[in-house]
Write a protein that binds this ligand. Structure first.
Ligand code: 3H9
Length: 693
């Protein structure tokens, strides 16, 4: 069956789009729409035309996969112009999500009717783009500049009800959409309703400085992104130029973005999120285990956050801790988190109550005997974990999945403490667990395939981006981050200060630099880890003991009011001369002559050390694909989406350049820290990238 068909019901032509899964506007769909309108125009019996879609949604936008290729006619702006020009009424019948080019098609129709559950939006900005088929020119004309700015710059869809209020949708369908749309079309014909061409309306600003004010309001949240600001520029054209000139301006801006690296990276992120859940080697149709009740051990920050994730998805939780006071404190934090969301208007009180009711606190392991999945979030110590898993093995029913939230420890060793290693897996959430989207699912050597498939599926269900990784110290995320921390520590000794390093990393697009981040997470965490692994460190790493010195002063970061920086009551950060003095003295004591370290060197050493480790992680099969590593960094560590993740970024820099830089740092810092991964070396010499191996 072709993607677009034309048929008739009485005097109404139906242009039916059927291009699963989301009716994206591929070349065939664009051509089909054009030819559908042509057929309707040529047929004297047809007095109006309805655009209707099959499957779960109206057109969800341009086919994103086509953006990297040369465009094939007909172009969408021409198709929609042709529709709007039709002398016969055109009606869009919307269900599911009319997104991007889909909404642009609808806006070029003369009338729009939508199912009550439908949503519409222009999410192009999330792909580093702007609406390129008239969205920036038509939306402000029909919905006003304010609504257009909000919708286009956020990219978030809005409900059919709201769209009716702001004028985008003319009618909400009652009952079957097709029947309602045909009746609406007939009414338009009978009543001879004049055609409403959005392009003929005028867009007006609400205040003379509306665009500047709006740009200022997003300066912080959209820092580093190009597209949101180009969206504003394009919308401005709808007010200041004629429709045709505005369309030209939109096209120029759209093309500039489409060809830029940011959009390439953000399109990569879109597909990465969907790709990572498809684990190589796991059959798609593998039966998974049913997860109806979840047990969580530990009501601390991590356990509480994890409990919220499941409660948010409507899954009952048994939250176990050793003492009533721990339970009370944990539940108090959960309640406070939910209340804050209610106060911000993002959650109804009723929903909060329902979620709280799903979390059943307990002091008894006995209450875990009927859970289908149990996740332990207890103290990060192998002996403690083994003891816990020994108990779980005895209590939990056969087939229950036993998961550890460990961030470093060896899952195989934990599994060995039970008689059912096939049921044991890592589920590593990131703090705050109710916010961060990454879930590193760690497969042990004996983890059963259906357990792996289940933790991927449940991860997606609770709104995470689950990534399957193998066993190693720190898995993917923390193992790579460890290399960055080490290199930054060396740079402090050699001549940099925390403020300089943090600024470089912040300016690259991370939410914060490594020292601000450590202060936020708590320096004692890293300190404890360092002490545990002290004997495995090199002499230089052992001697690089700034962290020890800072922690010995009782400075554990934000929670103690001081760490690498000083903090006031409101946690405002100021550099501390005392720490700077400590660093200078440290270099002196170690006989290191401090030198000027350029921002470029900081960036390269911080990032390339991680990329080189990422390549090793690929070689070892800890991550199956570069996209898994990118997803870990995008969703767990705040890697800027417009750089696409460390491995994607490496390809944009060029592996040859990275390889050469690694050799340079090998001479400067030492081979034990900077030996290129054989995979990276091979790809660099072959002129390839991680995504073209
Ligand atoms: C645009 O329109 C530009 C225009 O202004 C101008 C042009 C000149 N293309 O998300 P799901 C795939 S830019 C290609 O899991 P859901 C997706 O990869 C576009 N493929 O389903 C997945 O494939 P697979 C503006 C697409 O039900 C499968 O469909 N529009 C596209 O959770 C299912 O997707 C957008 O940005 C696409 N446009 O959510 C909308 N969309 O099965 C992007 C999806 O192989 N899409 N796929 O992994 C979405 O937001 C969600 O997919 C949607 C459905 C809400 C529609």
């Amino acid at each position: 069956m072709s993607e677009v068909t034309f048929s008739k019901e009485g005097n109404i032509g139906i242009i039916f789009v059927n291009n699963p899964p989301v009716n994206a506007l591929s070349q065939a769909v664009r051509a089909g729409l054009q030819s559908g309108v042509e057929q309707g125009l040529a047929d004297n019996d047809v007095e109006a035309m309805v655009i209707l879609c099959g499957g779960s949604t109206f057109i969800a936008g341009a086919d994103i996969r086509e953006f990297g290729k040369p465009s094939q006619p007909p172009a969408l702006p021409d198709v929609v112009y042709f529709m709007e020009d039709s002398p016969k009424p055109m009606i869009a019948a919307i269900h599911g999500t009319a997104l991007g080019g889909g909404l642009e098609v609808a806006l070029s129709c003369h009338f729009r009717i939508a199912a009550p559950t439908a949503k519409v939006g222009l999410p192009e900005v999330k792909l580093g783009l702007l609406p390129g088929a008239g969205g920036t020119q038509r939306l402000p004309r029909i919905a006003g500049v304010k609504a257009a700015l909000e919708m286009i710059v956020s990219g978030d869809p809005i409900s059919a009800q709201k769209t009716k209020t702001i004028g985008i949708i003319d009618e909400i369908a009652e009952g079957d959409l097709k029947t309602a749309a045909l009746a609406y079309a007939k009414r338009i014909v009978t009543e001879k309703t004049p055609l409403r061409k959005v392009r003929e309306m005028a867009a007006k600003v609400d205040s003379p400085t509306q665009f500047e004010d709006f740009a200022k309001s997003i300066a912080r949240s959209k820092r580093g992104f190009i597209a949101p600001f180009k969206c504003i520029e394009a919308i401005r054209a709808s007010v200041e130029m004629s429709f045709d000139e505005g369309m030209k301006q939109e096209r120029t801006l759209f093309e500039g973005l489409r060809q830029g690296t940011q959009s390439g990276a953000q399109r990569h992120v879109f597909f990465a999120e969907r790709e990572v859940v498809k684990v190589p080697g796991l059959p798609k149709d593998l039966a998974t285990r049913d997860i109806k009740i979840v047990g969580i051990l530990g009501a601390g920050t991590m356990g509480g956050g994890i409990a919220m994730c499941f409660a948010n998805a409507g899954i009952p939780v048994r939250l176990l801790d050793m003492k009533q006071e721990f339970i009370d404190r944990g539940l108090g934090v959960i309640r406070k988190n939910y209340s804050n969301t209610v106060a911000k208007g993002r959650l109804a009180q009723e929903d909060m109550d329902q979620r709280m009711a799903l979390i059943m606190p307990t002091l008894s392991y006995e209450d875990l005997k009927d859970v289908d999945l149990v996740i332990e979030a207890v103290f990060e110590d192998m002996a403690v974990k083994k003891e816990v898993f020994g108990k779980l093995e005895k209590i939990c029913k056969p087939g229950a999945i036993l998961a550890s939230n460990t961030s470093y420890l060896n899952i195989d060793d934990i599994a060995a403490a039970t008689g059912r290693p096939q049921d044991v897996v890592g589920m590593h959430f990131f703090s705050p667990a109710n916010v961060m989207r990454l879930l590193e699912n760690v497969r042990g050597a004996k983890t059963a395939d259906d357990v792996k498939a289940t933790v991927m599926k449940i991860g997606k269900k609770i709104g995470k981006v689950p990534v399957m990784v193998g066993v190693c110290d720190g898995f993917v995320g923390n193992r790579m981050l460890g290399k960055r921390s080490r290199e930054c520590g060396f740079m402090l000794e050699e001549g940099a200060l925390p403020t300089q390093i943090d600024k470089v990393i912040f300016d690259f697009g991370f939410p914060m630099g490594p020292y601000a981040m450590s202060d936020m997470a708590g320096l004692d965490v890293g300190w404890r880890n360092r002490k545990a692994k002290f004997n495995e460190l090199t002499k230089r790493e052992q001697d690089n003991n700034l962290l020890d010195k800072i922690c010995e002063m009782g400075r554990y970061g934000q929670k103690t009011g001081a760490g690498f920086y000083k903090y006031d009551d409101k946690r405002n950060t100021t550099p501390d001369p005392l720490i700077e003095e400590l660093i200078l003295q440290h270099s002196k004591d170690r006989g290191i002559v401090r030198r000027v370290i350029t921002d470029q060197e900081i960036l390269e050493r911080a990032l390339y050390s991680m990329i080189n480790e990422g390549a090793k992680i690929l070689e070892e099969g800890i991550a199956a694909r570069p996209v898994d590593i990118d997803a870990v960094y995008l969703y767990g560590y705040g890697f800027p989406a417009y750089h696409g993740g460390p491995m994607f970024y490496a390809d944009t820099v060029g592996l040859k350049n990275i390889y050469e830089a690694i050799l340079k740092y090998k001479d400067l810092v030492g081979a034990e820290y900077w030996t290129p991964s054989p995979l990276l070396e091979k790809l660099a010499k072959e002129g390839k990238g991680f995504y073209s191996m």
